[in-house]
Design a protein around this ligand. Structure first.
Ligand code: IMP
Ligand code: MG
Length: 180
């Protein structure tokens, strides 16, 4: 069973549900009736994004992007490779990026930089998790679920080798799983 590979549960499904509802409420209030394009970053944020949009009481357009970073932490000119681009023209639109976890920040810093060139009306970031101690590239998280320690986490979209994404809780993966 998936949970047998978990050292410790950090967030239960109930805690996650409450947090997502709270984030949705804040987003709903802040955008004050305006339209928003919610962009989930695949695959990690797929689970979070689909839960979050159902807690946002605004006219929402849902889109997804697949990005991978060739960032070099030592430079600020890292580039991002778009494997699947948006279907939406975001020029003049309110865009809310939805991510599972901000770790070094490299992928997101580059993705935000690229999206800004498309001249959205606004561009904000929502992440359910953040590991501040790992940050290399600074990223402003407008809506952050929880700050977490530098441990390898799985569940609620987060994977190890494409597994555990469907685990309803978020937990620390046992070292024995990846050190064998
Ligand atoms: P970074 O911020 O550019 O370092 O990359 C963040 C990405 O790394 C996230 O979107 C996740 O896909 C992945 N990631 C970072 N930390 C973890 C973790 O603890 N478990 C699973 N995936 C992680
Ligand atoms: Mg990811």
């Amino acid at each position: 069973m998936m949970m047998d590979d978990v050292e410790r549960v950090l967030f239960t499904p109930e805690e996650i549900e409450k947090k997502v509802a709270e984030l949705g409420r804040r987003i709903t209030e802040d955008y004050d009736g305006e339209d928003v394009v919610v962009v989930g970053v695949l695959k990690g944020a797929a689970v979070f994004t689909t839960d979050l949009v159902r807690k946002i009481n605004l006219p929402v357009q849902l889109d997804f992007i697949v990005a991978s970073s060739y960032g070099n932490g030592a430079t600020t000119s890292g580039t991002v490779k778009i494997k699947k681009d948006l279907d939406t023209d975001i020029k003049g639109r309110n865009v809310l990026i939805c991510e599972d976890i901000i770790d070094t920040g490299t992928t997101m810093a580059n993705l935000l930089k690229m999206l800004r060139t498309r001249e959205p009306k606004s561009l904000r970031l929502c992440a359910i998790l953040s590991k501040p101690s790992r940050r290399i590239d600074e990223v402003k998280i407008d809506y952050c679920g929880w700050e977490v320690p530098d441990e390898f986490l799985v569940g609620y979209g987060l994977d190890y080798s494409e597994r555990y994404r469907n685990m309803p809780a978020i937990g620390i993966l046992k070292r024995s799983v990846y050190e064998k």
